[in-house]
Design a protein around this ligand. Structure first.
Ligand code: SF4
Length: 178
């Protein structure tokens, strides 16, 4: 149903604005890869624009950072409605490996409303292209949604207080579970 709604909202070419709010550039390279003649996103009518004022879609990479959050919000607000946002990469979707840094706010959904998530570190160009094409109703969904369960794994802890003396050598004692 949302797909039909999107097709109605964006019946012609999609103009995309590419924003990086603080990623490592790995996802940027893959997004730019999608726009090269090799993957040729323009055959789906997907065109890169330089200003958010001309864009229907924001492709966002990197986590929400304290230093760039205001600029990201301003860019989103500059886009004319209707507009959609794709979070591309693990950082944009959930904060990624930087999620608990002092200068990171977390996933970009804390700053701008996200319509679609394309995870991966970085996601392959095929996955980005597939995600955008799927959202626009250009291709059919090939996988069924699954619920993933987080496994509890013992994480080794290395604190000086865990050191024991073993045959003239200090070694870390084995911990059953931390
Ligand atoms: S998801 Fe991975 S590749 Fe993409 S910006 Fe984050 S760390 Fe870099």
């Amino acid at each position: 149903m949302f797909r039909n709604f999107l097709l109605k909202m964006f019946p012609r070419s999609l103009w995309v604005y590419h924003a990086n709010s603080g990623g490592c550039n790995g996802c940027d390279i893959e997004v730019l890869n999608v726009l090269t003649p090799y993957y040729d996103a323009e055959r789906f009518g997907i065109k890169l624009v330089a200003s958010p004022r001309h864009a229907d879609v924001m492709l966002c990479q990197g986590p929400a950072m304290r230093s760039t959050a205001a600029a990201l919000k301003r860019a989103y607000e500059a886009m004319p409605s209707p507009k959609i946002v794709f979070a591309i990469g693990s950082c944009a979707c959930g904060g990624g490996i930087w999620h608990d840094l002092y200068n990171v706010i977390g996933p970009i959904e804390r700053i701008v409303p996200v319509s679609y998530y394309i995870p991966g570190c970085p996601p392959r160009p095929e996955a980005i292209l597939y995600g955008v094409a799927l959202a626009m109703g250009l291709v059919d969904k090939k996988v069924i949604p699954t619920n993933l369960k987080q496994e509890e794994l013992p994480i080794p802890r290395y604190h000086p207080e865990d050191l024991i003396q073993q045959e003239s050598m200090p070694v870390y004692k084995k911990l059953e579970k931390v």
